[in-house]
Design a protein around this ligand. Structure first.
Ligand SMILES: [Zn+2]
Length: 444
């Protein structure tokens, strides 16, 4: 059972030069599973199939998103959206290929992406699942090694998204894009050579995100430290990468440790241009506990009503006016019914997958199964976010038992498989995903 290895993995990974998100998340998982309300084995779970207010039933007339409702929150002119949409969030070159976005007088794209997006198991804008792109978001944390960065950038440049009908609004034929959540003190050791790769990523059009300055352990954190860690990271990224501070839209907490002291208190207070978090694991959930056929994932959503307790546990994080882009769990088989058991899923990060005793092909299969489940009849094609570390693909990282060549092959082969198998697949950055969700555009 894969997750039994986690505690051992924690000790293993903590000893590695590369600080890792998932070693600690593995520890946290034990707690999360005990309290996870979506766990059918948890007698305390609050999931009541007869509760008309539960948010996950697509046939529930009380569900918050009605595709026929003209007041649905995808209206860019909605005056109630929580963030000033005239605010120039971003000027990086990757936006120049998204012509449907309006721009301000300085020709800065107005991303307009922090409006309210209620929790939903269906694509935004009333789009049918069949017309919805299958988004895959690769998010690379830490990024401490030049050669790891270089390898992932080169690997992604070998591909383009499917040609589709040539519509920029669905990223047809575009270069693959990803999100890099940088830990900025990595530049202390990595120097100019590492910085050159970070700049190269941004020049290609990948997204630069915030993974704090020093990647601290939670014991040393205070709310003040959160503020300092995040703002210092933003300052260094802006200065070193030559991008506006408010071009940095997203945060991933070190070790996915968002709870104590609360990351979200800091984000709720407003922090530069940060409009999304991607630190919280979400498990799939069925439309009722007896019918696991439709066990599936919630779409990214905004947090006006807090976190979805059904798929993310009962964590109290307040109601910050930002997006939550889930870290989805990955399955250990392609059997949808098996996903009802927490032990058949794990936090969807490469480092967690590479527990002792597991092979690179196990990780390849997990990514493949996660994609196939989303593409299956009856699923909702929720985005597939996969947590990665460019450091995992570095020759300088000696902390894994799986050979470097096999780790690289697993990721490269998955990218190749996804693009070769499904013309609906689009590899995008988190920022691009949220842009699309704000301007949902169907496939032909
Ligand atoms: Zn990390």
């Amino acid at each position: 059972m894969l997750r039994n290895a986690l505690c051992f993995t924690c000790a293993l990974l903590l000893a590695m030069a590369c600080s890792d998100d998932n070693d600690r998340r593995g520890l946290g998982d034990a707690d999360n599973h005990a309290n996870n309300p979506a766990d059918p084995n948890n007698p305390n779970q609050p999931v009541d199939p007869n509760n008309p207010n539960q948010p996950v039933d697509p046939n529930n007339p009380n569900q918050p998103v009605d595709p026929n409702n003209p007041n649905q929150p995808v209206d860019p002119n909605n005056p109630n959206q929580p963030v000033d949409t005239n605010h120039p969030h971003n000027t990086d070159a990757s936006d120049s290929d998204i012509p449907w976005l309006p721009t301000d007088s300085d020709n800065v794209p107005n991303l307009d992406i922090a409006r309210e997006m209620p929790l939903s198991f269906m694509p935004p804008g009333g789009l049918s699942v069949a017309k919805t792109p299958m988004f895959i978001v690769l998010g690379y944390d830490d990024n401490r090694y030049e050669d790891g960065m270089q390898w992932v950038l080169d690997m992604m440049l070998q591909h383009k998204n499917p040609a589709g009908s040539g519509n920029d609004a669905t990223f047809d034929g575009h270069n693959l894009k990803a999100s890099f959540y940088f830990t900025t003190d990595a530049l202390d050791d990595g120097g100019e050579a590492l910085l050159a790769q970070w700049r190269r990523a941004v020049d290609i059009g990948h997204e630069a995100g915030n993974h704090t300055h020093t990647h601290r352990e939670r014991e040393r954190e205070t709310p003040f430290v959160w503020q300092e860690e995040l703002t210092t990271c933003n300052s260094i990224l802006a200065e070193k990468l030559g991008i506006p501070r408010n071009a940095i839209l997203g945060v991933r907490a070190p070790f996915l440790d968002f709870l104590a002291p609360p990351l979200f208190d800091t984000l709720a207070a407003g922090l530069d241009g940060i409009i999304y978090d991607c630190s919280i694991r979400h498990d799939p959930y069925g439309d009722n506990p007896e019918n696991w056929t439709f066990y599936r994932h919630v779409w990214p959503y905004t947090l006006e009503k807090g976190l979805d307790v059904f798929t993310a546990g009962g964590h109290a994080i307040g109601n910050p006016a930002i997006w939550e882009v889930p870290c989805y769990s990955l399955p250990t088989s392609g059997d949808r019914a098996g996903m009802r058991q927490p032990q058949n899923m794990y936090t969807g990060f490469d480092s967690t997958a590479y527990a002792e005793g597991y092979s690179a092909s196990d990780f390849y299969n997990a990514m493949k199964w996660a994609l196939e489940l989303r593409m299956a009849e009856g699923d909702n094609r929720a985005p597939l976010t996969i947590g990665l570390h460019s450091d995992t693909y570095s020759a300088q990282n000696t902390g894994y038992s799986q050979p470097l060549a096999e780790r690289r092959a697993a990721l490269a082969d998955f990218v190749d498989y996804a693009l070769r198998t499904y013309p609906e697949v689009r590899f995008v950055s988190t920022k691009q995903l949220l842009m699309w969700m704000s301007h949902p555009t169907p496939l032909p």
